[in-house]
Design a protein around this ligand. Structure first.
Ligand SMILES: Cc1cc2nc3c(=O)[nH]c(=O)nc-3n(C[C@H](O)[C@H](O)[C@H](O)COP(=O)(O)OP(=O)(O)OC[C@H]3O[C@@H](n4cnc5c(N)ncnc54)[C@H](O)[C@@H]3O)c2cc1C
Ligand code: SF4
Length: 442
């Protein structure tokens, strides 16, 4: 088995017996706190009750009618800090594994080939959606369910956004993604891939060219950079480039660069976790996580961090990268750093890392991945110049409706919130779909 085989499939979910046994632990709360904790308004209290009654179709409907990406959320949501955090069963033992039950039910809908949605009365007003990540897919599905002809414009060769070109495949595999995309396509949503909306007023031209409303969900595909004095020509990746390469056919190529070598990843968030874990799975000899603050201040989920330690990743905390060492051909040979200590709290409420004088050192490494944050692509606001953005190029939109400063243009997902979650983008898409219908009535 090659290292690349580790990436093909995600771990299997619950089988029928396991899902029913887990549902049997549910206390069937009268006013389920789990149901108020979901940012996309999913009702675990209801679908678990239906599963208990062996009403599988009803349980699936409860999930999918509310969230067309119910499967993705079941797999990827950090449930420990959402619905499961509120679960009443926690007081007795451990919380009900709501995410796993949700995934099981969505997989059942595919196994049973259920037709979940009625054919709506067709509407004439065409809607354009820019971006096929969770936000765009959710908005497109909601509007298609109401009979609107929806076209999703996607810059990349295939739809899915971060679900396809970001999250590593052993956490969310292609087969699962294609099935969930199939649910969106079955509603009649049209996809135009390899079609980047760009140029002068690109988004507004959609309105001039026959679309009655536009939903912008292009996400954050620019990478924050360390901005070293000298960039190597080989061995340096941003997390955006590296993770996309693992999923766009270059997995073997990356594996050959990593196997048996030392890899350093800069960053302390969940994206950095995907980078270190995948590098370890690709057979790197040593993987270092470099973070300028301490363990307690890392934004990544604690269970992810513990898993990475179990996978043998070395943590270089309180170290701040300053640049790269290269050989005579400008190939990366090391990561230069200074040590830090924690000082007073900064605006984020976390203690600020302070550089320790004369503590410079260099870690030998042939590959470094910068995972220090995603941001809007630098040219993004050029194709919607009349839509107000903030100083980080995030679109200013009403959080309840996605309404922007330009009539007919709505926005949601990461391009509005900054880096967030799949479930947040799903909710933005739903809210905008509702607001678009109101706008068209007016
Ligand atoms: C590596 C990684 C791992 C993550 N893991 C998790 C996780 O485990 N759980 C979780 O809940 N969240 C996770 N997230 C966050 C989550 O994926 C995002 O919050 C979510 O995908 C945002 O959805 P979106 O629709 O706003 O944008 P995206 O998913 O970014 O999709 C935007 C789409 O728009 C396209 N596009 C951009 N510009 C244009 C243009 N001009 N014309 C046409 N198309 C365009 C892009 O190609 C892309 O396909 C992760 C994020 C990353 C980066
Ligand atoms: S809070 Fe927990 S125990 Fe109560 S209904 Fe939800 S899953 Fe069941």
């Amino acid at each position: 088995m090659s290292y690349a085989d580790n990436f093909k499939k995600m771990k299997p979910g619950l089988d029928f017996g396991q899902a029913v046994a887990e549902a049997d632990r549910c206390l069937l709360c009268h006013e389920p706190p789990c149901s108020t904790a979901c940012p996309a308004n999913t009702q675990p209290g209801t679908f678990i009750r239906k599963l208990r009654m062996k009403n599988i179709t009803g349980a699936i409907r409860t999930i999918k009618e509310n969230n067309i990406l119910g499967g993705a959320c079941g797999v990827l949501c950090p449930t420990a800090r959402l619905c499961e955090k509120e679960c009443s069963a926690t007081g007795i033992g451990r919380p009900i594994e709501i995410g796993k039950i949700q995934r099981f039910l969505v997989e059942q809908s595919w196994e049973r080939n259920l037709n979940l949605f009625d054919t709506p009365n067709p509407r004439n007003e065409k809607i354009a959606v820019v971006g096929s990540g969770p936000g765009g897919l959710s908005c497109a599905a909601e509007l298609a369910k109401k009979g609107f002809p929806v076209t999703v414009f996607e810059a990349r060769p295939e739809p899915g956004g971060v679900l396809r070109y970001g999250v590593v495949s052993y956490r969310f595999d292609l087969d699962f993604l294609e099935k969930e995309l199939g649910d969106v396509k079955s509603l009649g949503v049209e996809f135009k891939c390899n079609t980047r909306i760009e140029g002068d007023r690109g988004a507004e031209k959609l309105l001039e060219n026959g679309y009655s409303a536009v939903f912008l969900a292009p996400g954050l595909w620019g990478a924050m950079r360390l901005a070293p004095e000298k960039e190597p020509s080989e061995g340096l990746f941003t997390s955006v480039e590296y993770l996309a390469a693992l999923r766009d056919g270059r997995l073997e190529e990356i594996a050959s660069q990593v196997e048996g070598k030392t890899v350093a990843v800069i960053g302390g968030g969940s994206v950095a976790m995907d980078c270190i874990e995948s590098a370890a799975k690709l057979g790197a000899e040593d993987v270092y996580l470099v973070y300028r603050r301490s363990w307690m201040q890392m934004p990544a989920e604690e269970d992810e961090r513990i898993e990475s330690l179990e996978a043998g990743v070395h943590y270089l905390l309180l170290n701040q990268p300053t640049g790269y060492r290269t050989d005579e051909k400008n190939r990366l040979t090391g990561l230069k750093m200074v040590r830090t200590r924690l000082g007073e709290s900064d605006d984020s409420g976390r203690r600020r890392p302070e550089v320790i004088p004369e503590s410079e050192w260099t870690l030998d490494a042939v590959m470094v991945i910068e995972a220090i944050g995603n941001r809007a692509e630098s040219d993004s606001s050029r194709w919607y110049p009349n839509v107000d953005v903030d100083d980080k190029l995030l679109i200013k939109a009403d959080p309840e409706t996605g309404t922007t400063s330009t009539p007919g243009i709505f926005a949601g997902g990461d391009i509005v919130r900054g880096p967030a979650l799949v479930v947040n983008a799903v909710q933005d898409g739903k809210l905008a779909a509702k607001a678009i219908q109101e706008y068209l009535k007016e």
